[in-house]
Unconditional design. Structure first.
Length: 399
């Protein structure tokens, strides 16, 4: 079952993150053409994170009750239609509204798709399948800017938005026709669907601390990495290569990291991965050449793939108690908050001090998040058991 469903889920996640990757480099140009000020760029970028964060807890909870396929299909359809909204947005207010709705659609696709995969993941193989999911997730971010740049340069910006709409419409049709309708609860079976009860889980609190800290650090780092790169003499194209290499290294390494997470202690791997990620951010100001930054970002790709695969595997364990969609939504809520606040916090620190301080602050936040995770999960005992058959994990209705 999981082998049949995974290609469809991977396509839906790739389509969603590819759309985000396509749009992000184009937004500054699009807003500039409208004659808007820089503050509107911040508002428009943040509007996605705000609506996504507000929506994801409800989408996760409802997908636990009503089923994943419905929300995944609606999200992909909305994603496709809202992609056309970028073409017809005539001013910054409309563009901000498009981004806001885009964030709502995103809350019904990526977290729900990963929750679906978590439902099907056999015990002791959570890391493996979460590693595959991470590869699909980050590949869209890696290829999106490249595709958006090439298509825009040769065919115009509107064509990039049409490509995004078409790919998500194709994914919607594939999900609707071929993805089995997974029943996440058997008759009479109940999950503890209370977020208050979930917040009492030390693992969930620790994972939330990790995810929000990682997003704060990453958001600030990538916002000011181009400025740092120019300061040490790098061209815009080389800076683009650095960002793509970092993202694609996570993509390539995640499947291997997922297998490692099934063999070793997941809590330990999450701690090591996150701590090293924070340390690598702090070390960025010490670099002075393209190759030094490249080496550091490759190291980041390795440790981030380990951290995410391990932490997502832990999330699947908790999801079996509280509902996979609800539990995944908590982590994506932390990520949304971090990505929304991170660039703003980094901008304030850069204005107050300098660009180096942005990296020191971001890395320190990651280390604090690691410390909180260690404290919250100090009584965690690793669960290892023989894998259950997939028929014991979920039942399937006809699509």
């Amino acid at each position: 079952m999981i082998k049949k469903a995974f290609p469809i889920l991977a396509l839906s996640m790739f389509s969603s993150t590819l759309g985000i990757g396509i749009v992000m480099p184009l937004l500054p140009l699009y807003i500039s053409e409208m004659g808007a000020s820089g503050i509107w760029l911040g508002v428009i970028v943040s509007s996605y994170a705000i609506s996504n964060s507000l929506t994801v807890p409800f989408a996760g909870r409802l997908s636990d009750i009503k089923g994943r396929k419905l929300f995944l299909a609606i999200g992909l359809l909305a994603y496709s239609l809202i992609s056309l909204g970028y073409i017809f947005a005539t001013d910054v207010v409309m563009l901000a509204l498009v981004r806001f709705v885009h964030g709502i659609a995103g809350a019904m696709t990526i977290p729900v798709g990963i929750a679906y995969l978590g439902d099907l993941s056999p015990e002791n193989e959570e890391g493996k399948w979460m590693g595959y999911a991470n590869a699909a997730f980050f590949s869209g971010f890696g290829f999106g800017p490249l595709m958006g740049g090439l298509v825009t340069e040769n065919f115009g910006m509107n064509t990039s938005f049409l490509v995004m709409a078409g790919l998500n419409m194709f994914s919607f049709i594939i999900v609707l026709l071929f993805l089995p309708n997974l029943r996440v609860r058997e008759p009479g079976e109940e999950f503890n669907l209370s977020y208050r009860e979930m917040s009492g889980s030390s693992i969930v609190r620790g994972l939330f601390s990790l995810r929000i800290a990682e997003a704060l650090g990453r958001g600030g780092m990538f916002t000011f990495l181009p400025i740092f790169g120019v300061a040490i003499g790098l061209s815009i194209s080389l800076i683009g290569v650095l960002i793509s290499v970092n993202t694609l290294s996570i993509t390539l390494l995640s499947p291997v990291s997922g297998l490692i997470a099934d063999k070793l202690n997941r809590r330990f791997l999450a701690i090591i991965g996150m701590a090293l990620f924070g340390l690598f951010i702090i070390l960025l100001p010490a670099t002075g050449s393209f190759w030094q930054v490249l080496l550091l970002l490759l190291g980041q790709g390795l440790v981030v793939s380990i951290y995410i695969s391990s932490s997502n595997a832990l999330t699947v364990e908790e999801g079996r108690k509280f509902g996979m969609g609800s539990t995944m939504s908590v982590l994506f809520l932390g990520m949304g908050i971090g990505m929304g606040v991170g660039p703003i916090l980094a901008g304030w620190i850069e204005g107050l001090l300098n660009v180096d301080a942005v990296f020191y602050n971001g890395g320190s936040i990651c280390l604090v998040g690691t410390g909180l995770f260690i404290w919250f999960t100090r009584r965690y005992k690793e669960k290892k058991s023989y894998s259950k058959s997939e028929s014991e994990l979920a039942s399937v209705d006809s699509a």
